[in-house]
Design a protein around this ligand. Structure first.
Ligand code: NAD
Ligand code: TYD
Length: 338
């Protein structure tokens, strides 16, 4: 029985959705959110639960083994769900150091701790980007890794460590590979929140290259339910893809966002392509449906409409994130790519 859950990276986009989900679905669980609070970590994401007696926040780095071990001991943790990561491809192209540190060494620290304290399970949250790009067809859980960005390579390193720890020590870890996630509270550097907030500010949207790259999109609520199923039902050492089947070319996605924001196509600014830009990610998610009984529920057009509405209503949340270091980041990013 899992009762005391350590959620690492819980102040970020998907991790904060998962904490709120767990506290509402399992009111008897105790959740510790262990997060370094990098630029992407935001305690505003957890306002609804910050006074919940079953929730505790600890600021810490998953690469700091002592801090992780103390947290596990002091809170009688019995399982870890690891969302902590550096996550943005464009940033990884500018500087990969933090990606390798957190996404590989950090995972090793969590695996060691899972082993040392005989935890019941560790769930590693990862991405379909580890499989690389595919023109047609779908990657299964057996497909070889072929990462193309420093982000994808570092995530692949962490995922391979999960495999190695299971094979070497039978550490009860499960790795997950999800397609692109969208929803509320996503840092406005990723394409959907960036484009929505730019339009709300009256700015154009920078569409990379020819706009024909394809991504598969899943709503954060469906991702949370998938991780719930994996945490409670998946066998140690197993691997699951999490997908929705909703594939979109970036140009199609952009036009849907423009329509929801009441703007015309002249707000599209074609810009130079991302270096090494993967053309299409696509995964076969039949295994999780077959084995764990999960399936995606949110219709993309509904999810996108709700997401746009949330950004419209919550300028207080994103406006301050687009000031400060963010503008410096964008200036540097454009210089780097063009
Ligand atoms: P995010 O960037 O919004 O949040 C990451 C969180 O991790 C932040 O709160 C940050 O402060 C924290 N963090 C970073 N380094 C840390 C460290 N060393 N120690 C402790 N905390 C640290 O990311 P997200 O979009 O919520 O993604 C969460 C996970 O899901 C990541 O592992 C990512 O690779 C994976 N994933 C994301 C997507 C997506 O589309 N967002 C898709 C597939 C997989
Ligand atoms: P992103 O949200 O960065 O996710 P990922 O690269 O992990 O899939 O980008 C999604 C797609 O949108 C990707 O093909 C790159 C493209 N994109 C743009 O065209 N313009 C942008 O400003 C950004 C951030 C992304």
């Amino acid at each position: 029985m899992i009762k005391n859950l350590l959620i690492t990276g819980g102040a970020g986009f998907i991790g904060s959705h998962f904490i709120k989900y767990i506290l509402s679905v399992y009111p008897d669980y105790f959740v510790v959110n262990f997060d370094k609070l990098t630029y992407a970590g935001n305690l505003d994401n957890l306002r609804e639960v910050e006074n919940n007696p079953n929730y505790k926040f600890i600021q810490g780095d998953i690469c700091d083994a002592k801090a992780v071990e103390n947290t596990i001991e002091e809170n009688s943790i019995d399982a870890i769900v690891n969302y902590a990561a550096e996550t943005h491809v464009d940033r990884s192209i500018m500087y990969a150091d933090d990606f390798l540190r957190t996404d590989i060494l950090g995972v090793q620290v969590l695996l060691e701790a899972t082993r040392k304290f005989n935890l019941k399970k560790m769930v590693q949250i990862s991405t379909d980007e580890v499989y690389g790009a595919v023109e047609s067809g779908y990657f299964t859980e057996e497909s070889p890794f072929a990462p193309n960005s420093p982000y994808a390579a570092s995530k692949a390193g962490g995922d391979l460590l999960c495999r190695a720890f299971f094979n070497t020590y039978q550490t009860p870890v499960v790795a997950t590979h999800s397609c692109n996630v969208y929803g509320t509270h996503q840092y406005p550097e990723k394409v959907i929140p960036l484009f929505i907030t730019n339009l709300l500010e009256g700015k154009k949207v920078p569409l990379y290259g020819d706009g024909l790259n394809v991504r598969e999109w899943i709503h954060a609520s469906d991702h949370c339910r998938a991780i719930d199923a994996i945490l409670h039902k998946a066998a140690p050492g197993s691997v699951y893809n999490i997908g929705s089947g909703t594939e979109k070319q970036n140009i199609e996605l952009t036009k849907e966002i423009l329509a929801l924001c009441g703007r015309e196509e002249d707000m599209i600014e074609p810009v130079a392509d991302r270096r090494g830009h993967d053309r299409r990610y696509a995964i076969d998610h039949s295994k999780i449906i077959r084995e764990l009984g999960w399936k995606p529920e949110k219709i993309f057009t509904d999810g996108l409409r709700e997401t746009v509405a949330w950004y419209k209503d919550n300028e207080w949340w994103w406006k301050k994130l687009k000031d400060g270091d963010y503008n410096e980041y964008y200036k540097k990013q454009y210089k780097e790519r063009i």
